[in-house]
Write a new protein. Sequence first.
Length: 286
Amino acid sequence: MKHHILIHGLLLSLISGWTLKPAESINVVQAIHSFDQAAQALQAATPDTLVLFDIDDTITSPNSKINWAKYKPARRELVKQAQTAKLPYPLKPDKFYSDLWRSADKSSLIEPKIINFIKNLQDRKIPTIALTALYAGPTYFEPYLPEWRLNDLKGLGIDFSKTAFPDMVFHDIPKDQDGNPTAFYHGLLCSSNLPKGQILKVFLERLQQLLSWRPNQIIFFDDLQDNIKSVSEAMREMHIPFYGYLYLGAQDLVGKLNPQIAKTQVEGLYKHNKWLNEQQAAYLSL
């Protein structure tokens, strides 16, 4: 397997000008706009490879454009305006509003072909899981956030629960501000907004203790540079070859934000505690 990794590393070095490194020191990061650009690495994966996918803005994106990654600055400004307009009336906790739009605004796959990529990995018995910033606890609207996310993904054709890894709760990692622990649940490694590299390192150490299994390489997809860097550094510490893909597909989504529709949606969220989809907001904006 080390021979195979060296060959794969050589191919990457020839393509991108990287210098060939010993297998245990391989730590490569590449920006991609489509999963097709990582197809070669995924095809070369073996049952000793661990493949991880972020979810939000990597696999899925909200249906409402105001919640798209590329419109975050516009959303922040509209939220600020809506919060100011509601004063002096009391606002609910920020978590209430984020939980509300998460539950109400449905998501779609950024690239539907990801279903086949993941299914192919699973059919080849390659461990494939999610590494998400989700917290492992209840929301204002869902009994258990990981369960909600799991079912949401199943509805889109993706099932991370096919993993053979057991569920686990990491009680030795500090809980988040709401008292929720970090956990691995049915294929979802939930970092509770802690550094993903830190959580993955603890998870891998636990797998080695429980199953005597350690991956011989990591392939990780995420839309945020900080997350890629965090995992990259953790894998370097563990001397595990790492291939990180900074996924930019969410930035390529086609659709122009309608400021009036977006304003109606955000105002409805803060004034009436209700999330309107774009069609409903467009009707009220007439």
